[in-house]
Design a protein around this ligand. Structure first.
Ligand code: PMP
Length: 453
């Protein structure tokens, strides 16, 4: 009864993010009501393992009392403090310092946002400001990767390369350019890592030449492309692209909104890739999704160029909720939990997850299995040799999502027949095994459908 009335209220009033509105009205909402560890429960009492940590963000898992207490304590003491007017709050200052200490290289200056999209927007604003400060305002062209995702704000969605984020919105802007992804499973140069790296380097060089080196501001890349289907570049790819950007005199931005905070193992994937980008963006795992927050890290050089360029003038970029004290208090506690064992557990569980998913390699529908740490994907095909995608008409993603749901598992079903996994780092061996078993069952059930084969 409760559920039915909520479905009706939702249908009539709540506009969902990234949804087919008419399809959603027909299907109705599924209402989640509680969660603990890696398990969520809906209003019908159905329990599911959250194999996607909400939206790849609840890295710590659900129900940590210490996080809840940190938020409550901060709300009681000081629920809000602006960081405008030279003001601040203790948790935000401490968080900036703790993060700077752990970030790669000299990414020592941290600008807090509300999430990932405005972190990306902030980098675009800072980069424009940086080049104005350097006396090169003509450097105003931005490059990102096909299959890349950099948020859903107007500017970020233009850097994003997923068609649904562009169609009907009149973006990307003419100053936003794309080069092909490293996507190993379907790369025209094949699967050889060195050939893929060489192809990406050549593509970036060509694009910069085409635009004119004096006009290119920056290149954006995720250490692992998340929303594009969990596309893992070959080892050395990030380093090669970072070095090429230096050679081409353009800034390199590592978008770690998904990969940050233990998702691939360490706090930052860039540490594993052994690079220091000019900017690094995070969100999601920063607060483990308990409250909203994102951040932009910038190097000493970038920060000082902006600061010197501004002189006594204002750098006019800020939000009401920049450096929010409650979000910062939560992030500090989440960081403590990561370092107190969650990162370690995530690394162990990630290994088990990859091994478990590899055991599905023989399944007739499984074409590719890829991932790093607690971030993984299976790409489904109807013909393994020809790599034939599942027929779109059969809506395989939705079908598999529904099957998995009924089997007690939430996974991400991307539209192109890719299943995404990003479970909380707190997963037990039992959770991981259940994720794999329930996936196998869901795939077997899907295989029985004639229109999918
Ligand atoms: N960058 C990347 C790499 C992301 O994956 C996302 C979100 N999935 C964003 C930016 C945008 O973050 P948000 O949804 O918090 O605005």
């Amino acid at each position: 009864m409760l559920s039915n009335s909520l479905i009706e209220l939702d249908r009539n009033h709540l506009v969902h993010p990234v949804a087919s509105y008419r399809a959603h009205e027909k299907l109705g909402v599924r209402v989640l009501s509680s969660a603990s560890g890696a398990t969520v429960t809906d209003t019908t009492g159905h329990q599911l393992i959250d194999g996607f940590a909400g939206l790849w963000c609840v890295n710590a898992g659900y129900g940590h009392d210490s996080i809840i207490e940190a938020a409550a304590r901060q709300m009681r003491e000081l629920p809000y403090a602006t960081a405008y007017f030279g003001l601040g709050s203790e948790p935000a200052i401490r968080l900036a310092a703790e993060l700077a200490e752990r970030s790669p290289g000299d990414l020592n200056h941290v600008y807090f946002t509300l999430g990932g999209s405005d972190a990306i927007d902030s980098t675009v604003r800072f980069i424009r400001y940086y080049y104005h400060a350097k006396g090169a305002p003509q450097k105003d062209q931005f490059i990102s990767l096909e299959q890349g995702y950099h948020g859903s704000s107007t500017v970020g969605a233009g850097l994003t390369a997923l068609p649904a984020f562009h169609a009907g919105f009149g973006i990307p802007f003419e100053w936003q350019h794309k080069i092909p992804s490293h996507y190993a499973y379907r790369n025209p140069v094949g699967t050889d890592p060195q050939a893929i790296i060489a192809a990406s380097k050549q593509a970036l060089r060509r694009k910069v030449e085409e635009i004119g080196a004096e006009r290119v501001a920056a290149f954006y890349a995720e250490p692992i492309q998340g929303s594009g289907g969990v596309l893992v570049p070959p080892t050395g790819w990030m380093k090669a692209m970072r070095e090429l950007c230096r050679e081409l005199d353009i800034l390199f931005i590592a978008d770690e909104v998904i990969t940050g905070f233990g998702r691939t193992g360490p706090l930052f994937a860039c540490s594993e890739d052994d690079i220091v980008p000019d900017f690094l963006t995070v969100a999601k795992g920063l607060t483990s999704g308990y409250v909203p927050m994102g951040a932009v890290f910038m190097t000493e050089h970038v920060y000082n160029t902006i600061a010197n360029g501004a002189g006594a003038s204002l750098v006019g970029h800020g939000y009401t909720y920049s450096a929010h004290p409650v979000s910062a208090a939560v992030a500090l506690e989440v960081l403590r939990l990561y370092e107190g064992g969650l990162l370690e557990n995530g690394r162990r569980a990630g290994k088990r997850l990859m091994e478990g998913l590899q055991s599905l390699a023989d399944h007739p529908l499984v074409g590719d299995i890829r991932g790093r740490g607690m971030l993984a994907a299976i790409e489904l095909v109807t013909d393994k040799t020809k790599k034939t995608p599942l027929p779109i008409a059969a809506d395989p993603s939705r079908r598999i999502f529904d099957r998995a749901w009924d089997n007690g598992l939430i996974i991400r079903a991307f539209g192109n027949g890719v299943l995404g996994y990003a479970p909380p780092l707190c997963c037990t061996d039992g959770d991981i095994d259940a994720i794999v078993d329930r996936t196998r069952k869901s795939l077997d059930q899907t295989l029985e459908d004639r229109d999918v084969r």
